[in-house]
Design a binder for this molecule. Structure first.
Ligand SMILES: [Zn+2]
Length: 202
C-alpha cells in the first residue's frame, strides 16, 4: 500500500498522544451523570488487519469509570484511533473507503487480502459513510461550509481532498478529529481544546 505513513510508528504515536489528551480532558471534567470523580479503566483492543503500529503490544482504548457509590457509570472518551466498535482502526476505514474509486480491481483485492478485509465489511463501511456519517451533526455542520457542495456518494475521498493539510497524513488526522463525536456513545464533558481540525477550505 502506498500510504506508508499509516504503517509508521511515529504516526501511531501521534494518534496515541491525541487520544491521551482527549481522555484526560474528559476525565478532568468529571462524571456527566453525577459530577463524581472519574477513574481510568483502560482496556486493550486488538485492531484487525495486522496493523499494530507501535510494537508495544496492543493499543489501549481509554475508558473511564465513575468512583461515586451508586453511579459507577462508564464513560468512553472519543478517540482518533478507534472508530466506535469497528474492528479496524479509523485510519484504515478512511483510507480503504477513500481509495475505492482510484484502485483497479486487482489492487483492491490485494489491499483487502493484506488487511484480511472481507467484501462484506468493506461494503458495510461504505454504507456507514452514506447512512451514519451523512446523517450526523458533524456532516451537517461540515457540509454547510463546503462550496461547491459535496455529494454523499463521494464520501469520504472527496471530503479528504477538501480538508486542509500539507499532505495526506495531515488531512487524515483532520478527518479523524472531525469524526470524534461519532466514536463513542457516551455523553462526554470536557473540552477538546488543542484537538481541533484545521479549518476546511470553502
Ligand atoms: Zn457518576
Amino acid at each position: 500500500m502506498c500510504q506508508a505513513f499509516f504503517l509508521d510508528s511515529r504516526f501511531f504515536h501521534r494518534l496515541t498522544e491525541l487520544d491521551r489528551q482527549i481522555a484526560e480532558s474528559v476525565r478532568l471534567a468529571g462524571c456527566v451523570f453525577c459530577g463524581g470523580v472519574l477513574h481510568r479503566g483502560d482496556y486493550p483492543r486488538k485492531p484487525r488487519g495486522g496493523v499494530a503500529f507501535d510494537g508495544q503490544g496492543d493499543p489501549r482504548r481509554h475508558s473511564l469509570c465513575c468512583a461515586e457509590e451508586g453511579c459507577r457509570r462508564r464513560t468512553t472518551p472519543p478517540s482518533v484511533r478507534f472508530l466506535g466498535r469497528k474492528a479496524y482502526l479509523g485510519v484504515v476505514v478512511i483510507l480503504v473507503t477513500a481509495l475505492q474509486h482510484g484502485l483497479s480491481p486487482r489492487r483492491r483485492q490485494r489491499l483487502a487480502d493484506q488487511l484480511d478485509l472481507s467484501p462484506k465489511t468493506f461494503y458495510r463501511w461504505c454504507r456507514w459513510w452514506r447512512e451514519d456519517f451523512a446523517t450526523s451533526a458533524t456532516w451537517r455542520r461540515l457540509s454547510r461550509t463546503l462550496l461547491p457542495a459535496l455529494e454523499v456518494k463521494a464520501l469520504p475521498g472527496a471530503l479528504l481532498g477538501r480538508l486542509l493539510g500539507e499532505d495526506l497524513e495531515a488531512r487524515v488526522v483532520a478527518l479523524l478529529i472531525h469524526l470524534l463525536p461519532l466514536t463513542t456513545d457516551s455523553p462526554c464533558a470536557g473540552s477538546l481544546r488543542g484537538v481541533h481540525a484545521p479549518q476546511k477550505m470553502g
